[in-house]
Design a protein around this ligand. Structure first.
Ligand SMILES: O=C(O)C[C@@H](Cc1ccccc1)C(=O)SCC(=O)c1ccccc1
Ligand SMILES: [Zn+2]
Length: 154
C-alpha cells in the first residue's frame, strides 16, 4: 500500500459530493481502501474519507482508539464503509473538539448525534446495517460529512 498526499482545506475536491462506488470488488477500489488505511495510520488519524486522498468516492474508514479526550473510546479494527447511508440519528447529541487531517493544527467543537444507524457495504461486498454510539458514531459523522463535501470550519 502507498501513503497518499492528503488534500487540505481549499482543495475543491473537499467541497464536492463524492460518487457512489459501483463495484466494490474492483481491484482499484480494494487498493484505494488499502492506501486510505496506510495514509490514515501514517497521519495518526482515527478516520479518513476517500476525497481526502483526492478520490471522489463514497468510501470512509473508521478506526477508533482510546485517546486523552475519549479514554474509554473503543479500540477497534479499522473498518471500511463503502456507500454508507445514515438511516437515523439520535436526537441526543454530544459536543467534542474535533481535529481534521485536512485542516491541520485546528480543533473545532462539534455537536454530533450520540447514536446513529448506518447501512453500508463492507470491502467484501456484504450489505450491513449497524447502530453505533459515542466516539465511533462521531467519527462516522465526521467522515460522512467529508463525502458530502462538508469540512469542519475553524
Ligand atoms: O480528518 C479526518 O477525517 C480524520 C480525523 C477524524 C476525527 C477526529 C476526531 C473526531 C472525529 C473524527 C482525525 O482523526 S484528526 C486526528 C484526531 O483528531 C484524533 C486522533 C487520535 C485520537 C483522537 C482524535
Ligand atoms: Zn476530517
Amino acid at each position: 500500500p502507498h501513503i497518499l498526499p492528503i488534500a487540505k482545506r481549499g482543495e475543491p475536491i473537499l467541497q464536492q459530493r463524492a460518487h457512489t462506488v459501483s463495484n466494490v470488488h474492483d481491484p482499484a477500489i480494494q487498493q484505494l481502501i488499502d492506501n486510505m488505511l496506510a495514509t490514515m495510520l501514517a497521519a495518526n488519524g482515527v478516520g479518513i474519507a476517500a476525497p481526502q486522498v483526492f478520490s471522489p468516492l463514497r468510501i470512509i474508514i473508521v478506526a477508533s482508539r482510546p485517546n486523552q479526550r475519549y479514554p474509554d473510546a473503543p479500540l477497534m479494527e479499522p473498518l471500511a464503509l463503502v456507500n454508507p447511508e445514515i438511516l437515523w440519528r439520535s436526537a441526543e447529541t454530544s459536543l467534542y473538539d474535533e481535529g481534521c487531517l485536512s485542516v491541520p493544527d485546528t480543533r473545532v467543537p462539534m455537536e454530533r448525534a450520540e447514536q446513529l444507524q448506518v447501512r453500508y457495504l463492507t470491502r467484501d461486498g456484504q450489505a450491513v446495517e449497524t447502530r453505533y454510539h459515542g466516539f465511533i458514531a462521531r467519527i462516522i459523522q465526521h467522515e460522512y460529512d467529508h463525502i458530502e463535501g462538508i469540512l469542519i470550519q475553524p
